[in-house]
Design a protein around this ligand. Structure first.
Ligand code: HCB
Length: 213
């Protein structure tokens, strides 16, 4: 089984878009769980791509093509992930990528997994201003709302702190539970800004979301 994960990762690492799609189809045909295909295969490859980019061994066009390979595979996986088994509603979630940030692969994955686990998810997309999030919270009728914010850059992560301040100033803190994630987000950061939780991956995000709601 580990071979298929290595091959999925390899397809992402070598910017092999067709290969990522074909290997994903092959893994599904072998009954490999869609989430394992992502976490043990595609995302593991993407992690390595990020590390090599940081070391200056890869350049932006290569990351873009690796992201494209992962995204094409996700097109196939998303309907599988969305099937889920939940029937009861777990709550309403607002999902977004922080202002200035367009990294949406992880946020889309978390949103899909929450949807598959009974949450009604409104996806606000990328580069979302805090004012927009606050506006959406005010407009929502639900008594409690889960904020699912992602930031992949240390710069955009700072916007999470500003959002917590805005939410408090607007008197909305009791209406929201705040779960933030993305590579630079740590438990210490969550504590510092007074949010409610974080998660390292989409499966953990579902558990955390259910716990804090
Ligand atoms: Co991008 N990029 N990038 N990038 N990029 C990062 C994020 C760096 C860390 C790479 C590096 O230097 N090592 C870096 C940020 C450095 C920093 O600030 N510390 C960086 C940079 C600098 C940039 C640009 C500025 C590069 C440039 O233009 N010079 C530029 C910024 C554009 C912008 O946003 N304004 C840029 C562009 C790109 C793309 C477009 C080429 C592409 C994004 C494509 C897309 O998303 N549509 C890209 C990519 C792919 C990456 C890396 C390689 C991978 C990110 C990814 O998709 N990971 C990333 C390296 C890294 O992250 N270490 C690199 C896979 C997903 C599945 O994981 O962590 O996003 P995830 O999500 C997980 C997890 O965090 C958690 O669950 C998810 C699912 O398992 N989670 C949550 C996520 N959100 C959550 C919310 C919750 O509530 C709970 C859990």
């Amino acid at each position: 089984m580990s071979d298929i994960f290595a091959e999925l990762a390899q397809a992402v690492k070598t910017q092999n878009i067709n290969g990522a799609v074909e290997k994903t189809k092959e893994a599904l045909s072998k009954n490999v769980a869609p989430l394992d295909i992502i976490q043990k295969g595609l995302a593991a490859g993407m992690k390595e791509v990020g590390e090599r980019f940081e070391k200056g061994e890869l350049f932006l066009p290569q990351i873009m093509m690796s992201a494209k390979a992962m995204n094409e595979a996700m097109v196939i996986l998303q309907p599988e992930l969305a099937k889920g088994t939940a029937s009861a509603s777990s709550g309403y979630a607002l999902s977004f990528v922080q202002e200035g940030d367009i990294h949406d692969i992880g946020n889309r994955l978390v949103s899909t997994m929450l949807g598959a686990n009974g949450f009604t998810v409104k996806v606000l997309g990328v580069d979302v201003a805090n004012e927009k999030v606050v506006e959406e919270v005010k407009a929502a009728k639900d008594a409690k709302i889960l904020l699912v914010g992602s930031a992949l850059m240390t710069t955009s992560m700072l916007g999470q702190k500003d959002l917590m301040i805005m939410i408090n100033e607007e008197g909305l803190r009791s209406k929201v539970k705040c779960m933030f994630g993305g590579a630079p987000v740590s438990k210490d950061w969550i504590k510092e800004i007074g949010a409610d939780g974080t998660a390292e991956n989409a499966a953990e995000a579902v558990n955390v979301a259910k716990k804090i709601m």
